[in-house]
Design a protein around this ligand. Sequence first.
Ligand code: NIG
Ligand code: FE
Length: 403
Amino acid sequence: MSASVIYNAQLLPMHQGATFDLRASAALVIEDGKIAWLGTHDTLPAQYQSLPALDAEGHLLTPGLIDCHTHLVWAGSRASEFSMRLHGASYEEISNAGGGILSTVKATRAASEDTLYDLALPRIDALIAQGVTEIEIKSGYGLDLDTELKQLRVARRLGANRDIRVHTTFLAAHALPPEYSGNADGYIDYICDIILPQAVEQGLVDAVDVFCERIGFSRAQTERVFARAQAFGLPVKLHAEQLSDQDGAALVAKYQGLSADHLEYLSAQGIQAMAEAGTVAVLLPGAFYFLRETKYPPIEALRNAGVPIAVATDANPGSSPIHHAQLMLHMACTLFRLTPEEAIAGMTCHAAQALGSQQSGQLQVGMDANLALWQVKDPAELCYQFGVNPLIARWYQGRCSRP
Ligand code: NIG
Ligand code: FE
């Protein structure tokens, strides 16, 4: 049995969603990887008073950050497409010309499992060094049985070898592979009958996602994948309303989806459906920024409807080649005008909800001791600046490391 106490901290428990419930002069006890007690230091129970103790020197202690939407496992580079866009081509034009996601698919298919793992390590390590203790990683750059499974195995291996919880998401319905050109329904059959069942059987899938878009899959195709996921008892989520309104948010809400992500083109009807189903809105400011999107997600309407808002990196080679959690907190505020309270909730308690995690995202007795201690006093500082890493230490299931 291992136990320790962090004292003289400023706690931000994130119990109340997007409202700060800061507690000064607080202490938190970690026991066997869980939060065993928290409160003001002067009320620390006698049984904990002789534990090994760390003086937080008045700094801010929050739940570890959670990045609930990434595509971290991929090979190749899309720098040339970045350049093409600067010469005037659009993201959709590049995709329609066989580039975009498919160029990453080609490189990812050709890469060995070890290479994919080696490429993903510095990406996940960058996030870990910024206080991220939990992450979602999608497949979707394989689009065939072998490569989808390979990506998911790499994601699992990252979670096994690093102090971070990895949630895997099956995203074979990300783009149409060349071998199914002109036969999207045939590819959906292949996903539903072959790839998904094998991935599930091998224990590689925690949730199922689809790219529902003009350049992705239709609502009807999305629904077929959701129905199959549901038959396996898996939760669903959706890349919805990123480039156009496909009414995807209402569809994922109909399946009690964990989240609808992107949402720049989200309609009032979609918001209503999400609010009723408890589906989290995941905002991805990195993709909005990198694609120079001009249409904003309907933040005020989401707020008014009481839809929980999460924020994530969307780390991927095409639309958000950004592995920086604190930059997302910053951009959520500067680009989307979220308050610091909302942005931090977006990478803690609401991100946990978007991943269906009951054991993280808040500082609460019984939850995993996934924590981040920051060289700041005011939580708004986490959103205000980026570039200097404010992380002093992080704990994953009670294990402490420093950047
Ligand atoms: O979240 N929207 C689809 N998928 C990714 C982009 C992937 C890519 O361009 O490689 C996204 O933006
Ligand atoms: Fe994405």
